[in-house]
Write a protein that binds this ligand. Structure first.
Ligand code: PLP
Length: 398
């Protein structure tokens, strides 16, 4: 028996972090490891945002901040939601948190009672199911087919809803698949939600600005269900601000108040300096984000071109974000030159790390045990080298 709580024992360590740790161990031995494991932009935060943070310090922004965020940041977020998403919100609907991850946790803890079902579109971002566990909810996975770019359908959703369903959760653009829901698909999902008034929607739009197909559809745009939609977004991906820890929700006032209440007891308001910088980031609009998105787009095309020449990787074309998520099940049952059998995607990801010195993350933690996720947010020459090595290593499997 352990001194630790059942709650913490039920939780998994982040597998993204676990695999990256193994890669670091190899690096420490002097091996040149290419890390395609992490979900992080390889760009620096744009200079104008860094300058705003320095100015904030000099202006004396060193005190506790209001729990739901500075009023002028919340106002800037409302303006962003109007400009980009055609959504009307007031400050009272916005809660700024220490990363979108905290926003997600706040919402799930605010809405989910023990035993409540949370429908998670799979493949999903690793933390969703663990946060649901923390709230003692029951995850119901809705698995999208690779033939539909891994997108769950409205019909599947309809079939999965029960009287115990409280919440549905997804990201679009999706981490790990890069799938983006079209307006038509989103309308069909909204329609199902409209017919089930006990169901809430947590729409994770953190990859909004990294979208190669163009239209980003917020499910909150469907007026009938807007009160039951919580939109989550943040600065980590679009503005390359992962370390700054700023995310936010837009939601009905009662949900926003609940999130504020949790946050007031756990973290208080987000870092003062990061919030001041976030205001200036939003004032800069999408220009720097669009520039970075162009680079991700180019790298996606490059990587798709490189994996085309590698047999056994079934790779749908991502419409956004910065990952590829091939199905690698064609390699299961094969044996590596060192005698180890590849039973599953984890074994293959370990083999690729061991033999090609490329770190990735296998799909188990994303609810897709046949897949491996590779980040494409790395320099072009690194991507070329990584996939050349992977091709060579995979060719040695028999
Ligand atoms: N949602 C998704 C789908 C993500 O991929 C991530 C980060 O990897 C987050 C949320 C969390 O972002 P933040 O850095 O704002 O906590």
């Amino acid at each position: 028996t352990s001194m630790l709580s059942d709650r913490i024992l039920a939780m998994e360590e982040s597998q993204t972090i676990a695999m990256v740790k193994k890669g670091r161990e190899l690096s420490a031995q002097g091996i040149d490891v290419i890390n395609l494991g992490f979900g992080e932009p390889d760009f620096q935060t744009p200079q104008y945002i860094k300058d705003a943070a320095k100015a904030a310090l000099d202006e004396g922004y060193t005190f506790y901040t209001p729990v739901p965020g500075y009023p002028d940041l919340r106002k800037a977020i409302c303006e962003k939601l109007k400009r980009d998403n055609n959504l009307e919100y007031k400050n009272e609907n916005i809660v700024v948190s220490t990363g979108a991850k905290q926003s997600l946790a706040n919402v799930v803890l605010s809405l989910v009672n023990p035993g409540d079902e949370v429908i998670v579109f799979a493949p999903y971002w690793v933390s969703y199911t663990e946060i649901v566990k923390l709230a003692e909810g029951v995850t119901v996975e809705l698995v999208g087919s690779i033939d539909d770019d891994f997108k769950a359908t409205a019909a599947q959703l309809e079939a999965a809803i029960t009287p115990r369903t409280k919440l549905i959760m997804y990201s679009s653009p999706c981490n790990p698949t890069g799938a983006v829901f079209t307006r038509e698909e989103m309308a069909a999902i909204a329609d199902v939600v409209a017919r089930n008034p006990h169901v809430y929607v947590l729409a994770d739009e953190i990859y909004e600005y990294i979208n190669f197909v163009g239209e980003h559809v917020s499910i909150a745009q469907f007026d009938e269900i807007k009160d039951r939609v919580i939109t989550v977004n943040g600065f980590s991906k679009g503005y390359a601000m992962t370390g700054w820890r700023v995310g936010y929700i837009a939601a009905s006032v009662d949900i926003a108040c609940a999130c504020e209440k949790i946050q007031s007891q756990i973290t208080s308001g987000t870092c003062s300096i990061a919030q001041r910088a976030a205001i200036v980031a939003l004032q800069g609009g999408r220009a720097t984000a669009d520039e970075m998105a162009q680079a991700y787009h180019r790298r996606r095309d490059l990587v798709l071109d490189l994996v085309k020449d590698i047999p056994g990787l079934r790779t749908p074309t991502p419409s956004g974000a910065f990952y590829i998520f091939p199905d690698v099940s064609g390699y299961f049952g094969k044996t590596a030159p060192d005698g180890q059998t590849i039973e599953n995607a984890y074994d293959l990801a370990l083999f690729i790390l061991r033999d090609a010195h490329v770190a990735s993350v296998d799909g188990r933690a994303f609810g897709a045990p046949n897949c491996i996720r590779f980040s494409t947010a790395a320099a072009d020459e690194k991507l070329r080298e990584a996939f050349a090595r992977i091709k060579k290593s995979l060719a040695t499997l028999e």
